[in-house]
Ligand binder design. Structure first.
Ligand code: ADP
Ligand code: MG
Length: 250
């Protein structure tokens, strides 16, 4: 019997994970900050990472894009090791990290021109598309200091998108914002998630986790203690430390 055209052939290899960590361990001096981390993220999957301060969330994110070295285990993004000639990984930090002396548009075109070797005109067209996507094109000629925190963070997201990342990493993207600006940035992240971007996002915004996450990863003391769909994680966290963590989140 003929298989439906949409079915994969029975012996097709499974699609490789977009991000895969196996047995990843990292130390700062004698402090063991990542302990035997295993994590596989499928293409277009959305992962929210949460856990107490100091549990290793930022270190994990930074290891994935090669900002922090790991001493054991393997990390692959799109099947390749992170690094200079490696996969394209977009990163958005808590503190927007825009270049203050450049306009919004120039912040977005800098890397495509100097790293991606794109023509200025093409880089500007691309930047305008992404600025439009985060609904901030009207501010393209301004400098970061002339924008609100929420606007700056949306520029930081557009800037990351300009490098056509295979994966986007977010490290507490709303934690430095005034409360009234959190939602506009979360809305931008929801838009990205709905567009099929593979995302790993460290955040304590549990409403966001419920809305978009495919899985919630809970970390404590350098370990992943839970990795579950949000419905399951919030309804019945298995680990006592996850329960007490959730109890402390507003
Ligand atoms: P989280 O993001 O979950 O708050 P981090 O990954 O930032 O946690 O930190 C995990 C642990 O590693 C903490 O104890 C922190 O003090 C330590 N740490 C983080 N970055 C460094 C660094 N650059 N040098 C030394 N220790 C660090
Ligand atoms: Mg952190």
């Amino acid at each position: 019997m003929a298989l439906p055209e949409t079915a994969d052939p029975p012996d097709a290899p499974a699609r490789p994970p977009a991000v895969e960590l196996r047995g990843v361990n990292a130390w700062f001096g004698s402090q063991h900050v990542l302990r035997a981390i295993d994590l596989a993220v499928a293409p277009a999957e959305r992962i929210v990472i949460c856990g107490p301060s100091g549990s290793g969330k930022s270190t994990l994110i930074r290891c994935i894009n090669g900002l922090v070295p790991h001493q054991a285990g393997t990390i692959r993004v799109g099947g390749r090791a992170p690094g200079a000639a490696g996969p394209r990984i977009g990163m958005v930090f808590q503190a927007f990290n825009l270049f203050p002396h450049l306009t919004v548009l120039e912040n977005c075109t800098l890397a495509p021109i100097h790293v991606g070797r794109m023509e200025r005109r093409a880089a500007e067209d691309l930047a305008r598309r992404h600025l439009e996507r985060v609904r901030i094109l009207g501010q393209a000629g301004k400098h970061p200091a002339q924008l609100s925190g929420g606007q700056q963070q949306r520029v930081a997201i557009a800037r990351a998108l300009c490098m056509s990342p295979e994966v986007m990493l977010f490290d507490e993207p709303t934690s430095a914002l005034d409360p009234e600006m959190v939602q506009e940035v979360l809305d931008t992240l929801v838009g990205l998630a709905e567009g099929g971007m593979t995302m790993l996002c460290v955040t304590h915004e549990m409403g966001f986790a419920r809305q978009v996450a495919d899985r919630v990863v809970f970390m404590d003391e350098g370990q992943i203690l839970e990795d579950a769909p949000p419905r399951e994680f919030f309804a019945s966290p298995r680990h006592p430390r996850a329960r007490s963590f959730l109890g402390r989140i507003p």
